[in-house]
Design a protein around this ligand. Sequence first.
Ligand code: UD1
Length: 436
Amino acid sequence: MDRIAIQGGARLHGEIPISGAKNSAIKLMAASLLTDAPLRLTNMPRLADTRSLGALLKRFGTEIVERDGEAGPETTLHTPEITSAIAPYDLVRKMRASFNVLGPLIARTGHAKVSLPGGCAIGARPVDLHLKALEALGAKIDLHEGYVYAQAPRGLKGAEIRFPFVSVGATEHTLLAAVLAEGETVIHNAACEPEIADLAECLNAMGARVEGAGTPTVRVTGVARLHGATHAVTPDRIEAGTYAVAAAIAGGEVRLTGARAEHIRALLDKLVEAGAEVSDTNDGVRIKRNGARLNAVDLSTDPYPGFATDLQAQFMALMTLAKGESTIRETIFENRFMHAPELMRMGADISVSGGEARVRGVDALEAAPVMATDLRASVSLVIAGLAARGETVVHRVYHLDRGFERLEAKLSACGAQVRRITGDAPEPGSETETED
Ligand code: UD1
């Protein structure tokens, strides 16, 4: 298994192009199942997760063509006919968001058998809200031997759906099913993440009628069929936020081209509070830090537009070197501090109690071999490595490859000393985790 080695101490100077959002791309790929015409997605990230979902879609009869277009990488997905509506465990377990094929399969064919995704490294992560919403839309759901068997032989029907709490995946899944349902669907307490607005924009380009995506109330007027379209995947706000934190910890000046500042405002505000300089540019965001030590700041993760849980681990890495004590509260996932013990192996001073971590800034971190436990945790270790003394080696890099495109190349282009070591690492591993 590959590892990543980071020689700490280099300041970052230059430009990092931000890729299309993983969390959008995989839902947009699922949306392609809703039509028998081709869906062309531009600004597509090339990641292990998009490959995993591609492998699953091919089982249903989807033809996938990837090419480098004028505006960067693009993928065309075309499912003239659903040849099988079965999503097996061995493919769903690799990436839990592939569960979101259930809604489109029912909407298109009236039936589906999809493996339940199971828990994952960052928490139990049930899919009860997804299933309740599909039932409200008229699907008959049975659970047997780890699989969801769904039937809606006469099609789905619009419904009023009120989520008890905000769920990104359940909001997206409901949208994916409701666009072809008969009549109107109203989703109350919908998640407002930019990926939802992106999905709605793509669905509308395919002929759907979705209003209010990106707000807590989303209205869908069902249509009989959808057609093909071309859609550009929204920039990855988590990738952008990650490199913003990388620039803040390493020092220097980095331009994140293609990043949308309004999508990471909560993070940028915290970086400014900590002492970094942040400015919006006409093509992205610029992050700058001179040599001065950063201040400790507190934060709590929250649904969008609050501080993203997917940036919590990265910000914790930054706070390990800040002046003072920072309190970090995680409110979205119950087990999302697994990076803390790894950061402590590098000399960080962190105590975790329940959903709260206290980080007391230290003068320096020291390089160490560390283990990635999930996607965002693994990148927080790379970030810590950028500022640590010596060479940090991050094991189990397959987590990172799920969601960060060409990470070593992007950081190296700004002067970081980051390299991939390919081949077997001297530690056992399992590739069954499925996180965000
Ligand atoms: C998505 C993102 C992930 C991000 C998360 C929160 C993708 C592929 N992943 O995950 O990167 O960290 O949003 O911003 O887009 N829950 C239930 N029942 C359900 C659904 C969710 O109890 O049926 C709970 C979850 O366990 C969690 C909370 O709701 O505690 C929020 O989860 P949700 O917003 O659904 O996250 P995901 O869509 O899984």
